[in-house]
Design a protein around this ligand. Sequence first.
Ligand SMILES: C[S@@+](CC[C@H](N)C(=O)[O-])C[C@H]1O[C@@H](n2cnc3c(N)ncnc32)[C@H](O)[C@@H]1O
Length: 243
Amino acid sequence: MPEFRDLPPNHLRIRIGVGNRIANNQTHFLVHARDFWMFVFTEGLAGSKSNILDIGSGCGRWAHWLRDYNFRGRTFTGTYVGIDIDAEAIAWCEQHYDKERFRFHHSTHSSVSYNQKGEASQYRVPEPDGTMDLVVSNSLLTHVLEAELENYLAESYRVLRSGGAIMHSHFNLDYPPASYGTRHNLPAHHRQCAGGVDGAAGSRRGLSHRLSVQCLPQVGFKDPEIVHMPGGAQHQPILLAKK
Ligand SMILES: C[S@@+](CC[C@H](N)C(=O)[O-])C[C@H]1O[C@@H](n2cnc3c(N)ncnc32)[C@H](O)[C@@H]1O
């Protein structure tokens, strides 16, 4: 199908979790972020001229909306910055996005799953202080450990302008996807992940409580809340807060 010609290769799409059902994963890649951007634009969290940082940007499932966005002749003229630990995904994006609006950076975080040759849990996003209107991540926080989580929250805060917002989706123990049923031992799994590192690991409130109540005010964020996308269960809950 012509709509599928410009997609990133299948193995990169699989890595970001589109699933592997025939024909479905292409469509998933194309439409999945629609509810997210509709929410962002209708809530005024960003506009067509905004500067947006996407941490854990993968192979562009969020970015292609901004590259190809056209609403009554208006296109995205702001700046999108993507950060990822996956060097191959970053290289693919650099080749398929215009350099006027899109920048991509490779994070040096080390990771058992993603980058065993990484160097550190601290990574300075190569963007100046106070320049971003919105910092987003989709399904990143759940994949990182304590140090990387704190690093990215601090970096989100540093690069945001005053009044700017974060929107970080994550696996939330309070709202497990219905499809999980009883197949997974959630508290045990999340004890290994960012939200479960503290004493709340055994609690079903672990992830959201830790992120919104403990981490965010410490970093400086205001008014943290968990929001749900209009698309419902197919989306992870999003941690929204303001600088
Ligand atoms: C579930 S995928 C989501 C990708 C993208 N946000 C999307 O929705 O299409 C998680 C992404 O986080 C990236 N990632 C994992 N650990 C990271 C880290 N410490 N720093 C930056 N990116 C990381 C992975 O390489 C992967 O692209």
